[in-house]
Design a protein around this ligand. Structure first.
Ligand SMILES: O=C(O)C(=O)C[C@]1(C(=O)O)C=C[C@@H](O)C=C1
Length: 302
């Protein structure tokens, strides 16, 4: 049985994601994303489950920053959860003057709050479930939470199915120390973070290495290096698996061009969308071309 640290406490969306990604594993709630990653790095957990990307509010920067620094962690699986919220309050009839939640959650219900709780001040909490705990303890009046939080905390449900954007989704990663990679499935995602020289055209050059090999980018985020002002790390997700010749070829090219390159994992996509392969960019095309060069070198082909 593995121990999986997840961004808790109990009742977060991340707990729901961890349950879909693990079987009989022991789930360990921790208060922050850095703490979940640290638990794996310190050997207190075998894997960590954390959010990485939301379809409305974009990247979860604590996860990106945590993956770029310290010991390498590699994503081995992902989950994609639909995100709509419940609004919970204490059972007394106190007026709702403050409403707490994770900043990503507040951003996804801004319009709903303006219409339904116009006098309530939004307050950032460590997570949606941490907001529920704070309401229970009397610190805030209401919390915007995952629906499952209502089962964990004895609070009054003011509203359900709350979301400014229908069909919003959050993607979560299961991260482990480097080891055996998941097998390729034909519907995989590879993630890297690249450091490149601060000069004209650098990012365009990196993207061109992917584009010329027909590799479809699924996410691009920039985060400051936190060193020199104006210098960035580029997080790229793209279709495919490192075991495929076309992906290996692209990664080798990026490795040559970047001053630093971290491989952050190749794993099956939660939505099972197969990679788009352009003419001339299939794995057979890549291996066939390498074989042809080898034959020419041996003097077997003109
Ligand atoms: O606070 C939680 O419940 C989380 O799992 C975090 C998180 C996020 O980081 O985006 C996950 C999904 C929702 O979009 C809101 C919050």
């Amino acid at each position: 049985m593995s121990r999986i640290a997840y961004f808790g406490p109990q009742g977060t969306f991340t707990e729901q994601a961890a349950r879909t990604l693990t079987a009989d594993d022991e789930l360990l709630p921790v208060e922050t994303i850095p703490a979940a990653l640290a638990a794996v790095r310190k050997g207190e957990a075998d894997a960590a489950c954390v959010p990485v990307e939301n379809s409305v509010e974009g990247p979860v920067t604590a996860t990106l920053d945590g993956l770029a620094e310290q010991e390498l962690l590699v994503a081995v699986a992902e989950a994609l959860l639909p995100v709509h919220f419940s609004v919970l309050a204490r059972t007394d009839d106190a007026p709702i003057r403050t409403v707490a939640s994770h900043p990503h959650a507040l951003a996804q219900v801004r319009q709903w709050l303006e219409v339904n709780l116009p006098d309530a001040r939004p307050v950032a909490a460590a997570s949606t479930a941490a907001a529920a705990v704070a309401v229970q303890e009397g610190e805030f009046d209401a919390a915007v939470t995952a629906p499952v939080a209502a089962e964990h905390y004895p609070l009054r449900v003011l509203a359900t199915e709350v979301a400014d954007v229908r069909d919003a989704r959050t993607r979560f990663l299961l991260l482990r120390p480097p080891g055996t990679l998941p097998e390729p499935t034909g519907a995989d995602r590879t993630a890297i973070v690249a450091a490149a020289a601060n000069r004209t055209g650098t990012l365009a050059e990196l993207l061109t290495e992917l584009a010329t090999r027909g590799i479809n980018l699924t996410r691009l985020d920039a985060r400051p290096t936190k060193g020199n002002f104006g210098e960035y790390l580029f997080f790229m997700d793209f279709e495919g698996h490192i075991s495929e010749p076309r992906i290996g070829d692209a990664l080798a090219a990026l490795r040559r061009r970047c001053s630093g390159l971290r491989f952050l994992g190749s794993h099956p996509r939660a939505d099972r969308v197969a990679a788009t392969i352009q003419t001339g960019a299939s794995n057979d095309d890549f291996t066939g071309a390498v074989d042809w060069v080898a034959a020419v070198r041996r003097g077997e082909l003109a």
